[in-house]
Design a protein around this ligand. Structure first.
Ligand SMILES: Nc1nc2c(ncn2[C@@H]2O[C@H](COP(=O)(O)OP(=O)(O)OP(=O)(O)O)[C@@H](O)[C@H]2O)c(=O)[nH]1
Ligand SMILES: [Zn+2]
Length: 212
């Protein structure tokens, strides 16, 4: 793992950094990861010293740290920063939250949308924090079902809500680019907690909103 300050820099600059930043050729980000990538390039018959690949180990090390940065983040801290007392009793839904994750079997991306609903119990959470919680668990090696449950469990635990519902729809590149090679299939997973699990009408209301 790269040290914290380097990882923080990557997270801070991830929205506007370009691949052609003017950095020195001898820049080292994470020697161990870079050397593993160099070995991988050699194993696939590439020449890690050819011009186009010289900075690839460094770029891959940075990319992999970003794509797995969720291990360093706490859903509890994110939620507690923006929890507001509010006497709201109606369902709140944030839908179509795009996410990118990596399957733990092949370390290939799966990506799609998450729909998250909750029934408040005296508190509401800042809406962006719901999307941030999705990223906390998406930016790890995952299976889609566990990702869905972890988002639901974290929100249920730290929101103090009557219930939480999470539905995720994703395309798995390990099923598209290789293996069974099915381009149009998508996978839907759901995790219902509290009222959404116990009351079919609440669940149906949520499902009708996310389909709308
Ligand atoms: N349940 C679940 N399975 C997943 C997920 N991501 C990938 N997989 C599956 O994990 C399984 C791993 O199966 P294996 O037979 O060990 O691996 P494989 O030989 O590469 O399998 P194929 O993909 O069928 O070629 C595959 O069926 C993948 O489709 C996920 O998020 N959830
Ligand atoms: Zn996979």
């Amino acid at each position: 793992m790269a040290d914290q300050s380097k990882l923080s820099t990557i997270l801070a600059h991830s929205h506007y950094a370009t691949s052609f930043e003017a950095e020195s050729d001898d820049e080292v980000y994470d020697e161990r990861k870079e050397s593993l990538v160099r070995s991988m390039l050699q194993e696939i018959g590439e020449d890690p010293n050819r011009q186009g690949l010289q900075r690839t180990p460094l770029r891959v090390a940075k990319a992999i740290d970003f794509l797995t940065s969720g291990y360093e983040l706490s859903a509890e801290e994110i939620i507690k920063k923006a929890l507001f007392e509010e006497d709201v009793r109606e369902m709140v839904i944030v839908r179509d939250i795009e996410f990118y994750s990596m399957c733990e079997h092949h370390m290939l991306p799966f990506f799609g949308h998450a729909h998250v609903g909750y029934l408040p119990q005296g508190k509401v959470v800042g809406l962006s924090k719901i999307a941030r919680v999705v990223d906390v668990f998406a930016r790890r090696l995952q299976v889609q079902e566990r990702l869905t449950s972890q988002v639901a469990d974290a929100l249920m635990e730290h929101l103090g809500a009557h219930g939480v519902a999470v539905v995720m729809e994703a395309s798995h590149t390990c099923m598209m680019m290789r293996g069974v090679q099915k381009q149009r299939s998508s996978t839907v997973s759901s995790a219902m907690r509290g009222t959404f699990q116990d009351d079919p009408r609440t669940r149906a209301e949520f499902m009708s909103f996310i389909k709308a």
